[in-house]
Design a protein around this ligand. Structure first.
Ligand code: PLP
Length: 354
C-alpha cells in the first residue's frame, strides 16, 4: 500500500473533494458499524410488493413466517425464536422478563453500552467485570450469581471474540441466564449456535442490522428455549415488528448468499484496514466484527485524531474507556473508503509526504 495508491483512491471516490471542508457535504460514515453495501435486491421487491391496501391490517404479532425462515437457517425450532424491533428490542424484552428490581445483572467492561442502560432502567444491580486486556473473560465473572449475564461475542466496541470453551465454562458456572449478543457473528470465524444446543441457560440474540445491511428496517431475533421464548412473548409489545419489516426480513433471510458475499468483502477490507493501521504503528484489537478498534497510549492523541478526521470528512467513534483508555473505532467501509481513510490518517500523523 503506497501513499500514492491511497491518494488515487481518494480522487476516484464519489463525492469526495480533497482539501475541501466537508461542511454541507457528505461525510464518509465509519462510526456506527453499518454495512456499506446494499441489502439483497429481493428485499426491495418484497417491500414494494407489500405496499398495498393490506397495510390497513395489523401485522402478524408473532411474525410466524420470519420465525419459520430463521428457524431453518439457524437449525432450531420456530418455537425457539422471538422476533424483535432490532436486537435492542430483544435485549430490552429479555431483561424485563428475567430481571426484577435489585436483581443483579453482570456485564464486561467495556461492552455494548445499552446493557448498562437497560439494567439501570430495570433498577437492577450492575456487576462490572473489567476486560483489562480486552480479549479474555475475567475469572471473577465465572462465579457471578447474577440473574442475567450479558456477553457480546464478538464484543463491542473492541471487536474481539472470546474463546468458545471459555464461553461454555461461563454458561455452566453462572447461576442465571447467559445472553450472548451475536450482532456481529456473521463476520466472525465461529458462533455460539452449537453451544446454545448444549447449554440450556443460553439465549442468543441476532440482528439483520449488520451482516444483512438492514439497520434501517429494525429486525432482531432471540434464540432460546421455548419456555424462555414463551415468557418473553408475554413481555413484548403485541405488534413490536411492522409488516414491511417482516416482508423485508423474510426476503433477506431468503438470500443468505447475498449476505455472505458482502461479509467476505468486508472481512477482506477489515484485514486491509488492520495492515494499514499497523504499518502506521497503530495498535488495534483483533477484530471478528465489521469494525476495528485502535488504542492510543498518548493522552489526548485519539481525541485530536478524531477531530482532524472529522474536519477531513471522516466520522469514526471516539471512546475513553475505563481500563483500556483512549480508543478510536473504525467501521469497515467500502474498499475505496478504507483506502481514503488510511491516506487521510497517514497525513494527519505524518504530514504530507508527497
Ligand atoms: C453488540 C451490539 N448489539 C446490538 C446492537 C444493536 O443492534 P440492532 O440494530 O439490531 O438493534 C449493536 C449495535 O451497534 C451492537 O453493537
Amino acid at each position: 500500500m503506497s501513499i500514492n495508491y491511497f491518494r488515487s483512491a481518494i480522487e476516484n471516490m464519489e463525492g469526495y473533494v480533497p482539501g475541501e471542508q466537508p461542511i454541507g457535504k457528505k461525510f464518509i460514515k465509519l462510526n456506527t458499524n453499518e454495512n456499506p453495501y446494499p441489502p439483497s435486491p429481493k428485499v426491495f421487491d418484497a417491500v414494494k410488493a407489500r405496499l398495498n391496501e393490506s397495510m390497513r391490517l395489523y401485522p402478524d404479532s408473532a411474525m410466524t413466517k420470519v420465525k419459520e425462515k430463521a428457524a431453518t437457517i439457524y437449525g432450531v425450532d420456530s418455537g425457539e425464536i422471538l422476533v424483535g424491533n432490532g436486537s435492542d428490542d430483544i435485549l430490552s424484552i429479555l431483561i424485563r422478563t428475567v430481571v426484577g428490581k435489585s436483581d443483579s445483572v453482570a456485564l464486561t467492561e467495556p461492552t455494548y453500552s445499552l446493557y448498562k442502560t437497560l439494567a439501570e432502567i430495570q433498577e437492577g444491580r450492575i456487576e462490572k467485570y473489567p476486560l483489562t486486556e480486552g480479549v479474555c473473560i475475567p475469572e471473577e465473572m465465572f462465579s457471578s450469581k447474577a440473574k442475567l449475564v450479558f456477553l457480546a461475542r464478538p464484543n463491542a466496541p473492541t471487536g474481539a471474540s472470546f474463546a468458545l470453551d471459555e464461553v461454555e465454562r461461563l454458561a455452566r458456572s453462572i447461576k442465571g441466564v447467559l445472553l450472548i449478543d451475536e450482532a456481529y457473528a456473521d463476520f466472525a470465524d465461529d458462533n455460539c449456535l452449537e453451544l446454545y444446543r448444549r447449554c440450556d441457560n443460553i439465549v442468543l440474540s441476532r440482528t439483520l442490522s449488520k451482516s444483512y445491511s438492514l439497520a434501517g428496517i429494525r429486525l432482531g431475533l432471540a434464540i432460546g428455549r421455548p419456555e424462555v421464548i414463551t415468557q418473553m412473548t408475554k413481555v413484548k409489545d403485541s405488534y413490536n415488528v411492522n409488516a414491511l419489516t417482516g416482508a423485508a426480513a423474510i426476503a433477506a433471510l431468503d438470500d443468505v448468499d447475498h449476505m455472505q458475499k458482502n461479509v467476505q468483502i468486508v472481512k477482506r477490507d477489515r484485514a486491509f484496514l488492520k495492515v494499514g493501521l499497523s504499518r502506521m504503528g497503530i495498535e488495534s484489537f483483533p477484530s471478528q466484527a465489521n469494525f476495528v478498534m485502535t488504542r492510543f497510549a498518548e493522552n489526548g492523541k485519539a481525541k485530536s485524531i478524531f477531530s482532524k478526521l472529522r474536519e477531513a470528512g471522516f466520522l469514526v467513534r471516539y471512546f475513553h474507556l475505563d481500563y483500556l483508555g483512549e480508543c478510536l473505532r473504525i467501521t469497515v467501509g467500502k474498499h475505496q473508503e478504507v483506502v481514503a481513510f488510511l491516506d487521510v490518517l497517514d497525513k494527519i500523523l505524518h504530514g504530507d509526504r508527497k
